[in-house]
Design a protein around this ligand. Structure first.
Ligand code: KG4
Ligand code: ZN
Length: 331
């Protein structure tokens, strides 16, 4: 009998479900909430309601695409945190209820671990230990991954996350939320001709709030003398901002590689979808002899495939969650 796992992701504004059969991904369905665009950011209350609307059909769709029935499931995994409490609760409750009705175990997954373990969904997979630069809307970390269950955080952001830096700077430019993909697209048509000051912090750590302020003051100054400045220089502004963020990230990643002697290097999280970062990592890897791992786009952004992969490692060890488990916004 094949072993079958259903995984659910609902930490922020994407409702995801994925099915794994015998350690291989069989389906990966994501429903993205577009409603937050009008508000310039994710509205937690709205996000949880939308999860509740979507979760039923997203799970059904994932099971249909994988060709499995509820009775085939051996375990159900869910994102426990970190994330928005109301959003997480929808996934946790759904997973628990379905598992109770089927009398099968549940598996809790840390969303950030899952972003990293997404690298094991497809070949080639990194060898342990490897370094992972995890860059999303809520996190910016350099993690030393010793095994699927043993990860050491070497560096963290002291304020904003890299994705937040993209989104907040984009908002200043008048771009829709989330601005990261828009800046990426604009940057491809521009040149990084502007520079913005930003502080250096301790080894392997990051700070983006100073960059945001420098960016804001730069634009305010330019707009005073030329009210069309943003409109006329959108692509160059985006390219300059993106280059600065990538410079900050890569400087610490290179430092961490030199310090640990590890040359297996991965990137993960929503910002790893950035074409500039992907290109820079490829270039630096060639230069420094790194073996680098860049996930497919669908596994960079929030998705349940990565939750399924992380859960599979736990399933193999019989590492199931207690029925009293609940969501955790920060972990
Ligand atoms: O991992 P993710 O989907 O959700 C969180 O767990 O936060 O990451 C979302 C973040 C957003 O800040 C978004 O702007 C950013 O990832 N992002 C990008 C790109 N695609 C998504 N940032 C820069 N370039 C992109 N292509
Ligand atoms: Zn994420």
């Amino acid at each position: 009998m094949p072993k079958t796992l259903l995984a659910i992701e609902s930490s922020c504004d994407d409702t995801g479900a994925s099915v794994f059969i015998d350690a291989k991904i069989a389906s990966n369905v994501v429903s993205s909430q577009l409603d937050h665009k009008n508000f310039g950011g994710v509205v937690p209350e709205l996000a949880s309601r939308k999860h509740l609307e979507a979760i039923g059909w997203v799970v059904r769709e994932a099971m249909e695409r994988a060709g499995v029935d509820k009775q085939d499931l051996n375990a159900i995994a869910f994102t426990r945190g970190p994330g928005l409490m109301g959003s997480l609760l929808v996934g946790v409750s759904f997973a628990k209820s379905l598992a109770q009705s089927l009398n099968i175990p549940i598996i809790e997954v840390n969303h950030m671990d899952a972003h990293i373990l997404a690298h094991f969904i497809e070949d080639p997979v990194p060898h342990f230990p490897f370094l992972c630069l995890t860059v999303s809307g809520g996190h910016t970390q350099i993690v030393k991954v010793n095994s699927p269950m043993d990860m050491e955080i070497l560096g963290n952001t002291l304020d904003d996350a890299a994705g937040e830096a993209f989104d907040k700077a984009g908002k200043i430019m008048g771009l829709p939320y989330p601005a990261g993909p828009h800046i990426d697209r604009l940057a491809q048509q521009g040149h990084p001709i502007f520079s913005f000051s930003h502080p250096s912090v301790a080894d392997f750590h990051f700070s983006f709030s100073g960059l945001k302020t420098a960016f804001l003051y730069f634009l305010q100054r330019e707009m005073k003398s030329d009210p069309r400045f943003i409109e006329d220089h959108k692509a160059d502004i985006a390219a300059s901002l993106q280059k600065t963020i990538i410079d900050i990230l890569m400087k610490e990643l290179i430092r961490a590689s030199k310090y640990t002697g590890i040359t297996e290097i991965a990137i993960a999280g929503g910002v790893s979808a950035n074409s500039g970062l992907r290109q820079r990592l490829t270039e630096v890897s060639a230069e420094l002899g790194w073996r680098s791992f860049i996930p497919r786009l669908e596994y960079c952004v929030d998705n349940a495939g990565m939750i399924g992969q992380a859960a599979w490692f736990k399933l193999e060890q019989g590492d199931f969650a207690d029925w009293t488990v609940t969501a955790k916004a920060r972990m």
